[in-house]
Design a protein around this ligand. Structure first.
Ligand code: HEC
Ligand code: HEC
Length: 349
């Protein structure tokens, strides 16, 4: 035993050195003033969330990032925001049809990507949340997502030396409150801006698209852009995409929030930015590929409740046209955003 002690100690010291290299002290994770400057990209409309009462700072953003990646926000400290929102999938969840929460519980909806949230007028597939700052309370309280009690989370944060220091750095004193926690998280999620795909560069005359992709863009503008409106690729409205309701999930969509029959089977028009990375698709993840999505629209065998005329215009694309639209959709992949070091997991080692 006596011989093993020094080995254990040196392994520990080595592990600590290794760990510290990969945490916020590593320059890769260091956030500067420049990193938190919020700029409206060229051609984008004015954002909904303006950071007016929550100016991003390096310390605030760093705190928000840590919270996003920390399972401490869930009841049994098992599930972080990032366990469902994966960076490489533009913060959607690759390959999971429905979300997986605490204790392996399966949710009722597909995890949407997180991007350009500062332009969001309401969130979730049904628009049940209308402010970016309060949005995290929903997954935290949801019994099948993080199942925690906000008071509990604040108590856990107060006991944690890292957070005592991080809240002080971000807000000037040691008070740890839910309001401050939510503000820091909104600094992190609000700065997730995707505006540098090949499509964006094409629009700024910095890059070209192939003729095939351009053909796709023309069809897209004719058949899809009324709902998936450029440059955000959503018009922030709730529409039916003609999907037959899933009889197991029985999800009424927007009607759940408004109680209005005219909202039954309507869902938020999702942005199509980074769509090649965010499979599976639709609120219930029923389509695995973009080909299946395009088949759905071109076949036009719609469940007609609350279908609008724009949807009917998508019908009858031939195979070539479908391929061209898909080629165009792939130009919306934004590697600058997907590999942005600011959004990487600071606790990764
Ligand atoms: C168990 C998986 C899971 C966890 C954990 C989770 N989310 Fe989500 N998130 C989802 C799902 C599913 C939706 C869609 C919910 C709906 O439509 O009802 C969603 C929606 C969102 C949205 C709305 C996006 C939009 O465009 O409408 C935001 C923002 C978000 N989550 C942020 C977070 C944050 C911040 C956390 C951590 C506090 C978190 N999520 C934790 C699965 C999860
Ligand atoms: C009437 C409005 C409307 C039109 C027109 C429309 N969409 Fe959609 N789209 C939606 C809605 C609403 C959803 C979400 C439906 C759901 O999940 O139930 C959606 C979902 C999608 C998705 C899945 C995105 C994701 O993250 O899950 C893709 C891809 C898509 N549409 C592509 C297209 C293409 C390509 C066209 C043109 C051929 C098109 N849409 C036309 C409203 C529309």
């Amino acid at each position: 035993m006596a011989i093993k002690k020094p080995i254990v100690i040196s392994v520990l010291v080595f592990a600590i050195i290794l760990l510290s290299n990969f945490t916020e002290t590593n320059p890769y994770f260091t956030i500067t003033e420049k990193d938190v400057a919020f700029e409206v990209p060229k051609g984008f409309p004015a954002p909904t969330y303006t950071f007016a009462n929550n100016k991003p700072t390096p310390a605030g953003f760093t705190l928000g990032r840590r919270l996003f990646y920390d399972p401490i926000l869930s009841k049994d400290s098992s599930t972080s925001c990032a366990s469902c929102h994966q960076r490489i999938a533009a913060f959607a969840h690759i390959d999971h049809t429905l979300s997986h929460g605490i204790s392996g519980l399966i949710g009722k909806r597909n995890v949407p990507p997180l991007q350009n949230l500062a332009w969001g007028q309401s969130f979730m597939w049904d628009g049940g949340v209308n402010h970016l700052e309060i949005q995290p309370l929903t997954p935290m309280a949801n019994p099948i997502e993080m199942a925690s009690d906000i008071g509990d989370v604040i108590r856990k944060l107060k006991r944690n030396p890292y957070y005592r220091e991080a809240f002080k750095e971000a807000f000037g004193d040691t008070l740890i409150s839910s309001e401050r926690m939510l503000k820091a998280m909104a600094q992190f999620t609000g700065l997730m801006v995707s505006a540098n795909s090949r499509y964006d560069k094409f629009m700024r005359h910095e890059d070209t698209l192939t003729q095939f992709e351009l053909n796709g863009l023309v069809i897209f503008r004719e058949k899809c852009a009324k709902c998936h409106r450029e440059p955000l690729f959503t018009d922030e409205s709730y529409k039916s995409s003609g999907l037959y309701p899933d009889s197991t999930l029985n999800d009424p969509g927007r009607e759940l929030i408004t109680g209005r029959i005219k909202d039954e089977n309507t869902f938020k028009v999702p942005s199509l930015r980074n769509v090649a990375m965010t499979y599976p698709y639709m609120h219930d993840g029923r389509f695995r590929t973009l080909e299946q999505v395009l088949d759905h629209y071109s076949k036009g065998d719609y469940y007609m409740l609350n279908v609008t005329p724009e949807l009917l215009a998508t019908r009858d694309m031939n195979d070539l046209e479908k391929k061209e639209v898909i080629a165009f959709l792939k130009t919306l992949t934004d590697k600058t955003f997907l590999y942005d070091r600011r959004f990487a997991d600071p606790t990764y080692h």
